[in-house]
Design a protein. Structure first.
Length: 197
């Protein structure tokens, strides 16, 4: 592999991969990002690029450039998010609304960090004739929140260890989250997208 470019070069390369008309939800455009770059407001530029990239289809290189830039800038959560999004471009997206049981109902006793490190088991109703219950591992990212606690509900993204085993899921399907034998949460699938590479 050739030597890695610095964060600022990577951010410039990421901007060049966006369609010129792309914009963030708040109306910020590619042109605005280029102005932030000209003013050397790198963290602002990175954040806006992530927002725009989350809205419009971008190539996997876009997320790889931003992941490496965020790593160099020591923006840990942004680094992990951009790595996550690159993974989704390659393997597809599974989004769901997850509701955790309360601790009094036998659920978790504490909150977990929502940044993709938790790897629970999921019953995806893919059981086999030989009695395999169909429990599969998927990493978990909580959208719009740093953590999720007992009794909480949030939109989540799942990164299955074996994405091909999840392809049968459709919007409205219900899957259950397990960390031990009994389920600790229930998730309703809200979006399933194929890989984009």
């Amino acid at each position: 592999m050739q030597h890695m470019d610095d964060a600022f070069t990577l951010i410039r390369q990421a901007v060049d991969l966006l369609p010129e008309g792309a914009a963030a939800p708040n109306g910020v455009t590619v042109g605005d990002v280029r102005e932030d770059i000209a003013r050397q407001e790198w963290e602002m530029a990175l954040g806006l690029l992530v927002e725009i990239g989350d809205l419009c289809p971008v190539p996997v290189e876009f997320w790889e450039f931003l992941a490496e830039a965020a790593r160099q800038m020591m923006l840990d959560r942004s680094h992990r998010w951009c790595q996550w999004r690159a993974w989704e471009v390659r393997h597809g997206t599974v989004r769901a609304t997850l509701s955790l049981l309360g601790s009094e109902e036998g659920g978790r006793r504490s909150a977990f960090s929502g940044d993709g490190r938790l790897r629970p088991l999921w019953d995806i109703r893919g059981g086999t004739a030989d009695g395999d219950p169909g429990l599969r591992i998927a990493r978990l990212w909580v959208e719009f929140a740093a953590e999720l606690g007992p009794g909480g509900t949030a939109d989540v993204r799942l990164a299955p260890l074996a994405p091909e085993q999840w392809r049968h899921l459709r919007c409205g399907d219900v899957i259950t989250m397990h960390e031990a034998r009994p389920a600790v949460g229930t998730a309703v699938i809200v979006e399933v997208l194929p890989p984009r590479t």
